[in-house]
Design a protein around this ligand. Structure first.
Ligand code: F0G
Length: 481
């Protein structure tokens, strides 16, 4: 758990102190039901002023350090030749050893540039697992995605330390089937988001690199969730336990032709960028940055955020900093697991993931069990999570639902934001909800947009189950919030 030994109960220990705070509001449960009803049972539509603990995402909401805030004051606004750009590009060269850097306004903008440069109709992008925006950009260019995570990686409960690993046999078969010239690039996603923030082992990355070299195909790393992945390599992969975080990062980075990231996650700021090893590849992508993002020295980002990112990336090389998120998540997962509450195991990065297929196994997939659970959790606690299941999929053109492999409620723990007592509150309310899970019912759409329905769609309960939940809460908790 922590590097500090406890005499009694061991808990994750924060190696930072809080110096700026934001007041939170916990409305009473009756108000929460009203707010959730108005939001169409969609947590994306909840106003933040009515949210107690915002566990929707870690994107752009990690806490900054005092050094990051201070760096923002010395940003250089110059359009061309900005010193801010040089500091950021130099820091990335120092950390990843790549010579070229293209700034972009966030992670999906990097994906846009990569897809536009390398993906053409009929090409294929093999990857351990897709991320929503990645897949969208690849398919928009006429390419297809092949998901090659090991079968064991898809097991919801497991003690496998690296569930994000790519299956090398499947990768070889896909390259052989399509021919190396049809592979736009191979993509490895560190801290595999949609299967529960699960890490990729350094050994697997080394093996994937060898295979790509054998066929002469380009290898790309999505480093958005790299910080958590580094923590897991250091703590779970024995062969590399004696390397420092900087050494592990460099050993990993050396394997890739291109490394891109969302700085809304990596570096605790907001923005993104693409690091490139080879000048010719850099030149192929460079022209798109001024066209879609902004001039080459800022790529659509604020220079203040770029300064914060430079410091944030440097701080990511500090074990104390990157351990905090996974240790809190590990604690939360363990506490829930101990109480028999279905969660994705082992704990990954990014957040704790409730397994709605087991939590509310009486709610049919056609009634969005993960969406229903996310709604019930807000009503019971004021906590906002994110549905990661069938609701987040898109229907087939003929209207048929695509049932997701997993029905998850993601409870993100942005880095250095929550205290342990807030995590304990979450565990307590989730336990209560689990004891009363039979009260939770399904949801149906009454407003269903054709695209991105999970952002804008509105749903209603199939019965008066939410009212019953409120009544039970009052019976159990009296006039508590
Ligand atoms: N890649 C991964 C692995 C991500 O998790 C994300 C974003 C992106 C790319 C896109 O980056 O948001 O800066 O454009 N994930 C966020 C989330 C949205 O909530 O998990 P972006």
């Amino acid at each position: 758990m922590s590097k500090v030994q406890f005499h009694g109960e061991a808990v994750p220990l924060e190696m930072h102190k809080v110096r700026i705070v934001q007041k939170l509001n916990l409305p009473p449960i009756e108000r929460r039901l009203e707010v959730m009803t108005a939001a169409g049972n969609n947590t994306f539509l909840l106003p933040n002023a009515e949210v107690f603990l915002d566990m929707l995402t870690d994107s752009g909401v990690n806490a900054m350090s005092d050094r990051q805030q201070a760096a923002m004051m010395v940003a250089d606004d110059a359009y061309a030749g900005s010193a801010t750009y040089t500091r950021l590009a130099d820091k990335l060269t120092e950390i990843f050893g790549t010579d070229y850097f293209l700034p972009a306004h966030q992670g999906r903008a990097c994906e846009h540039i990569l897809a536009k440069t390398f993906v053409t109709p009929g090409t294929v992008v093999p990857m351990n697992y897709h991320f929503t925006t990645t897949k969208a950009h690849i398919t928009l260019q006429g390419g297809t995605v092949e998901e090659l995570v090991t079968d064991a990686g898809l097991a919801v409960t497991s003690d496998l330390p690296f569930k994000g690993d790519m299956d090398l046999g499947k990768l070889r078969a896909v390259i052989e089937k399509h021919g190396a010239d049809k592979i736009a690039f191979v993509r490895v996603e560190s801290g595999t988001n949609l299967i529960g923030g699960q890490p990729v082992s350094l050994q697997n990355m080394i093996d994937v690199r060898a295979l790509c070299a054998e066929y002469g195909v380009l290898l790309v790393l999505d480093a958005s969730l790299l910080a958590d992945n580094l923590h897991f390599i250091k703590t779970r992969e024995g062969a590399f336990k004696d390397l420092s975080i900087r050494e592990i990062t460099r050993k990993m980075a050396d394997l890739y032709d291109v490394i891109y990231f969302s700085a809304r996650k990596l570096g605790c700021a907001r923005g993104g960028g693409i690091c490139i090893r080879d000048r010719a590849l850099y030149e192929r992508m460079r022209g798109l940055v001024p066209l879609y993002e902004g001039f080459l020295t800022y790529g659509g980002m604020s220079v203040r955020e770029m300064e914060a990112m430079t410091v944030g990336l440097d701080e990511t090389m500090d074990e104390d900093m990157i351990d905090q998120g996974p240790q809190f998540i590990g604690y939360m997962v363990e506490e829930l697991d101990k109480r028999g509450i279905p969660v994705i195991t082992p704990a990954g990065g990014l957040g704790c993931h409730l397994d709605a297929l087991r939590f509310v196994d009486h709610v049919p997939q056609a009634q969005y069990p993960a969406g229903a659970l996310a709604s019930a959790l807000y009503i019971a606690s004021g906590i906002r999570g994110m549905e990661r299941g069938t609701l987040s999929e898109q229907r087939e053109p003929d209207g048929t639902e695509i049932f997701s492999n997993m029905e998850l409620v993601r409870l993100a723990l942005p880095r250095r934001v929550f205290t342990l007592s807030q995590v304990k509150y979450a565990v307590d309310r989730i336990s209560w909800l689990h004891e009363n899970r039979r009260l939770i019912g399904g949801l149906i759409f009454f407003e269903e947009p054709e695209v991105l329905r999970f952002f804008y769609g509105r749903l209603k309960p199939v019965s008066d189950w939410q009212q019953k939940l409120v009544e039970k809460f009052r019976a159990d908790f009296g006039d508590s919030l």
